[in-house]
Design a protein around this ligand. Structure first.
Ligand SMILES: [Zn+2]
Length: 656
């Protein structure tokens, strides 16, 4: 008897222990679920007494707006009808999808993804509010077709969801970026912030950079569920207005409770001026290239254009697959922003830095006279763009007429180490720090770099090339804009930026980035004055001859600037040296540069124009810059371009 009791006691103990473990596991599950629900719903779960009779459904938060500096809306939301599945409510995924495919014709790829996700998510308890979108942005006739069949489609809901809209199509496309569904990597990283499979997330541009502000907080509501029938969102018309209410498959009106409205994302105001951005993009019409317009005192980007570009609206919804494929495979890479995600040889727009290095190191002074006979012999002949030679000139004229031979000699005197040091000081070879991702740092070739990559030493010819911005040196148009801003703002290297301010939906300031000075350059003001005098003479109306940048001249504005014509493939180019631009294959044509600054007006701005394979900077890029400046200060400067005397055009620099 005692033994029996003892045995019974042991058995009981064991059972109690086992029960305890089960209880603990259950408690853990419940706790986890509670934590989960509280992330979405705060404390509402606790007060919901008969939770098992209700289903939690997600309400998407409208994404914050993206606006220009003056509040012009660039990206907002429209409401679109999305065919949505609630995985937990679907009993037979195959049959349901087959039925839907017959009603609205789903793309095969889409169908496969939906089938896979439905079968994995159906039994998952990780997210009760999970919605799986099957087809976005449905046309009205498809909605009607699905709604008619709704009672046979348990777990399928037509939800009105906010959908991104880019108000001006491709305007600032590569700046704004686009949205896409979260991938597994993003889900692992941000899963704790309320993202679930199917959530949208910024993939590129401002959409990606400002994701945390733009996103907002999804809401939700509990919908009553009877033991028979599943909740359906029923759409009906009342007094001409489309309204929705929840019913079950037997048509019974369902109660909704604990509705928590979604919190819209914050609004992001860009430094971009829509009017200027438009001018920049129009200026590049038909060409490939980039235009940067920057406030020279704050680093605010008023325009950041790149061509070709794309319309981010094509990434919204599922109906543009062919257009998306075309854009992704376009050999001209429209997704690339050429202002900062591509690098090019600067050509003569680098000369101001070479001049500064030489002046600061005492290799030349403003009075130094050097002679150009049209070429310079370094064992190999280095030519000036002007085969007749510029004669004996000083630095100001060498900048104005962009004399190559003058700069070969300057390079020889000051040495490549000084030039690369000053290139580095001006931020070349480093990212500018722009908010957007994928910025290229460019390349400032050094002795060490050359040895590492080519296994050979540095030659005088390398210095000659570097002195006119050719050879291995690579820069981005955005870097050149920051260099020229420093020339006119007293030597402050600024971080260019695009976010002007972030404001919550109810108008509270969230973020206000300030002007960021990366460094104050160790350059004398007198040096900056001499170099800018050369750049002024390059543009202004001189007696004879005119500078290479005269086509950027704007009546009534103090414009300084520098042309650049960057050779693409030096060796191949030599063979077709004297041929016309039209007969040169596109990919071998020179890149055209013009970097200008307007100093006499407020705000003081820098305009960097880069035309990929455009030809001569003076002929192609300078007039674009001039037209832009006229457009930007319209009303303040002469609206009509100056008519040039024919003789002046003939004798003006063709370089750049
Ligand atoms: Zn010359």
């Amino acid at each position: 008897m005692e033994r029996f009791l003892y045995a019974k006691h042991i058995g009981l103990k064991r059972r109690v222990r086992r029960l305890g473990v089960i209880m603990l596991v259950l408690l853990a599950v419940v706790t986890l679920r509670l934590i989960q629900l509280q992330i979405i719903f705060g404390d509402t779960y606790r007060t919901l007494s008969d939770g098992n009779r209700f289903r939690l459904l997600r309400l998407d938060a409208p994404r914050g707006l993206i606006l220009d500096r003056d509040g012009e809306v660039l990206a907002d939301n429209r409401s679109a009808f999305t065919l949505t599945a609630i995985p937990r409510e679907i009993e037979n995924p195959e049959a349901t999808l087959e039925r839907l495919d017959r009603l609205v014709a789903l793309e095969p790829e889409r169908l496969d993804t939906a089938a896979n996700r439905l079968s994995t998510l159906r039994h998952s308890s990780t997210n009760m509010a999970m919605h799986l979108s099957i087809k976005e942005d449905m046309p009205f006739y498809e909605i009607a077709r699905v709604e008619e069949a709704m009672t046979d489609l348990p777990g399928i809901v037509i939800a009105s969801r906010p959908v991104r809209r880019y108000a001006y199509g491709d305007l600032a496309g590569t700046v704004l970026g686009y949205l896409g569904e979260v991938d597994m990597t993003e889900l692992n990283r941000f899963g704790d912030r309320g993202y679930t499979l199917g959530s949208l997330i910024g993939k590129t541009g401002i959409e990606a950079v400002c994701e945390e502000y733009l996103r907002g907080v999804d809401g939700g509501l509990y919908v009553e569920v009877h033991s028979v029938g599943k909740p359906q969102l029923e759409t009906y018309f009342r007094e001409g207005r489309r309204e929705q209410s929840w019913v079950d498959s037997l048509g019974r009106r369902l109660r909704t409770e604990k509705r928590r409205d979604p919190v819209p994302g914050d609004n992001v105001y860009l430094t971009i001026d829509k009017h200027i951005q438009k001018l920049c993009e129009k200026a590049l019409a038909g060409a490939a290239g980039a235009v940067v317009v920057m406030d020279a005192d704050t680093g605010e980007l008023l325009g950041l254009a790149s061509r070709p570009t794309y319309d981010p609206n094509i990434f919204v919804g599922t109906g543009n697959a062919s257009e998306v494929t075309r854009v992704l495979n376009d050999p001209k890479h429209p997704l690339l922003n050429r202002a900062f995600q591509a690098t090019y040889a600067p050509g003569s727009v680098l000369k101001p830095i070479v001049a500064i290095a030489a002046l600061e190191r005492g290799a030349i002074d403003p009075e130094t006279q050097l002679t150009c006979y049209g070429s310079y012999d370094l064992g190999r002949i280095f030519r000036c763009w002007n085969r007749n030679g510029h004669g004996t000139i000083s630095l100001v004229d060498a900048l104005a007429y962009s004399c190559d031979v003058f700069f070969y000699q300057v390079g020889d005197r000051v040495g490549h180490r000084a030039i690369t040091t000053y290139c580095g000081m001006f931020g070349l070879g480093q990212p500018t720090g722009l908010e957007l991702g994928g910025e290229r740092r460019g390349l400032v070739p050094t002795v060490e770099w050359k040895r590492r990559h080519f296994g050979e030493g540095w030659y005088r010819g390398d210095t000659a090339n570097l002195s006119i911005g050719q050879g291995a040196i690579l820069v981005t148009p955005l870097q050149m804009a920051t260099v020229y801003a420093a020339l006119v703002n007293g030597g402050r290297l600024l971080r260019p930026h695009l976010v002007h301010r972030v404001v919550s939906e109810d108008g509270e300031p969230v973020l206000q980035p300030e002007t960021e000075v990366v460094s104050v350059l160790d350059v004398r003001q007198e040096t900056l004055r001499i170099v800018t005098a050369g750049l002024r003479k390059g543009v202004e109306k001189a007696t004879y001859p005119t500078g290479t940048g005269y086509r950027a001249r704007v009546k009534g504005a103090d414009v300084i600037g520098k042309t650049g014509t960057a050779q693409v493939v030096t060796q191949k180019r030599d063979e077709i040296e004297d041929e016309e631009l039209e007969s040169t294959p596109y990919e071998l044509r020179d890149h055209a540069w013009f970097v200008a600054a307007v100093t006499g007006k407020q705000p003081r701005i820098v305009v960097c124009v880069f035309v990929e394979h455009g030809g001569h900077g003076g002929e192609v890029a300078a007039p674009i810059a001039g037209n832009l400046i006229r457009g930007i200060y319209q009303g303040e400067v002469g609206a009509q371009p100056e008519v040039m005397a024919t003789a002046e055009i003939d004798n003006a620099g063709a370089e750049g």
